[in-house]
Ligand binder design. Structure first.
Ligand SMILES: Nc1nc2c(ncn2[C@@H]2O[C@H](COP(=O)(O)OP(=O)(O)OP(=O)(O)O)[C@@H](O)[C@H]2O)c(=O)[nH]1
Ligand SMILES: [Mg+2]
Length: 420
């Protein structure tokens, strides 16, 4: 059922207000809410007790009554005090940006790991807000056996203390469970690191087309459709990192990972979760930042991605800026200029160009040599067929003469047969 809401925000100097409000609107939509009205106020800083000025808060109360809207969405994370006071003045259920994002993540989480991460983040958010009624109502199931008694605002100190302890214990238990899963994944990641195979990560703003790009590449390379990932026109379709091996027709291989999308003002409770989820990206040899080139806010989305990557410690990795959805933007494509690719994830030629770009960036240490392999060394031929790009083959009396593109490790092993 769609819930009617009023969205509201403070226009301060250091923020791109219009952009974050349009994001807030999209977040509401993603959470089955219908935006009935938008209310804003220009202020240098939020008011400590009420976030909005008192007059504005009263205006919101009247608008809520007028439109019969019971839910107010606020464009920032509110302090527990602000949340409580604003609920009192507006007589509405107040949901701040953090709670909204956490709700969406909770509804999208499918894997055990994602579910645990979101549950922990939600409980951490709740802990200092135990006396506030609305959010707790939103979220009784994650509080689990916390009992729900704390939804009574007037309930006594002891009960609240008890609830606090129950929630803290639950966070502890869930964190332990999560750690085990993560340790397992880290082992897998480290094994992959050791394999020496180059890795590429698709990163970027939510709904930009990362998963579609991944699937397009998998399809083109004739991979098992079961390896394809979930793609959909909605915010945060992907919450977990998926890693797939891509083998190109010249035998070059990469590991490609599809990652969770970003949004601005990402709740700090989730940033830690992102850090582990994005472990693959932090180890990548190349990042492809997928951008929705048809969106008027593309520039802000790039800034959001850049600052989120920095926040989770992913820095100093070469990056291609891949402007996707060129078919919608109605501009010529595919084009590669400097480190910028203009393409469409739904277009074959675009994906071919993307593959070439990846190869150019990652395999520039490959060498082309001519070898003469005696017939007695047939096993090398086997290796070359599997791992190298054979450009020419000629059968001579002394053995097989081959022109091959090889990686430096293989080139060193084959040195003895090299004749160029
Ligand atoms: N027209 C058009 N639509 C595209 C293109 N690439 C992706 N889309 C659509 O954009 C929507 C989002 O695509 P996804 O691949 O799920 O986006 P994502 O970046 O993985 O999003 P999150 O997982 O939420 O971070 C889907 O409806 C895609 O079909 C494109 O080149 N052209
Ligand atoms: Mg995705």
């Amino acid at each position: 059922m769609t819930v009617p809401v009023i969205i509201s925000g403070l226009e301060t100097e250091n923020e791109n207000f219009e952009y974050t409000m349009s994001e807030l609107s999209a977040l509401c939509e993603a959470n089955d809410m219908e935006v009935v009205q938008q209310i804003s106020q220009k202020l240098e800083h939020p008011v400590a007790a009420t976030y909005f000025g008192k007059g504005k808060a009263e205006e919101i109360f009247h608008e809520g009554e007028l439109h019969e809207v019971e839910t107010l969405i606020v464009n920032d994370e509110l302090t527990p005090t602000q949340l409580r006071n604003l609920e009192d003045i507006t007589e509405m259920r107040v949901v701040d940006r953090t709670a909204l994002i956490l709700e969406i993540f909770a509804s999208r989480a499918h894997t055990k790991e994602a579910k645990l991460q979101v549950q922990i983040a939600k409980l951490q958010y709740q802990l200092p807000r135990l006396r506030t009624s609305s959010i707790n109502k939103m979220d009784q199931q994650t509080a689990g056996n916390a009992g729900g008694g704390y939804t009574n605002r007037g309930s006594g100190e002891t009960k609240m203390e008890l609830n606090r302890r129950v929630i803290e214990k639950r966070i502890n238990n869930l964190s332990k469970e999560l750690k085990e899963i993560e340790a397992n994944q880290e082992t897998q990641s480290k094994l992959r690191d050791k394999s020496g195979i180059k890795t590429v990560a698709l990163v970027g703003y939510t709904n930009a087309g990362k998963s579609t790009t991944m699937n397009g590449l998998l399809k083109m390379l004739g991979q098992d459709p079961e390896k394809e990932v979930f793609e959909k026109d909605m915010l945060f379709a992907t919450l977990d990192t998926s890693v797939r091996k891509l083998k190109f027709n010249d035998n070059k291989e990469i590991l490609l990972s599809d990652t969770v999308g970003f949004v601005s003002k990402l709740p700090h409770q989730l940033v830690k979760a992102f850090r582990t989820t994005l472990y693959e990206a932090s180890k990548a040899d190349l990042l492809i930042q997928v951008i929705d080139g048809a969106d008027e806010h593309a520039k802000e989305m790039i800034e959001t991605t850049t600052s989120t990557l920095k926040e989770i410690g992913v820095t100093d990795i070469p990056m291609i800026y891949a402007y996707n959805k060129a078919d919608l933007a109605q501009i010529p494509y595919p084009i590669m200029e400097g480190d910028q690719l203009t393409y469409s994830a739904r277009d074959q030629k675009s994906l071919e160009l993307l593959i070439n770009v990846i190869k150019e960036k990652l395999f520039d240490d490959y060498q082309t040599h001519t070898y003469l392999l005696p017939f007695s060394e047939g096993r090398y031929l086997e290796v070359l067929n599997q791992e190298a790009n054979i450009l020419r083959t000629e059968y001579l009396a002394e053995g097989t003469k081959l022109e091959v593109e090889v990686n430096p490790i293989l080139a060193a092993k084959l040195k003895q047969f090299q004749i160029d």
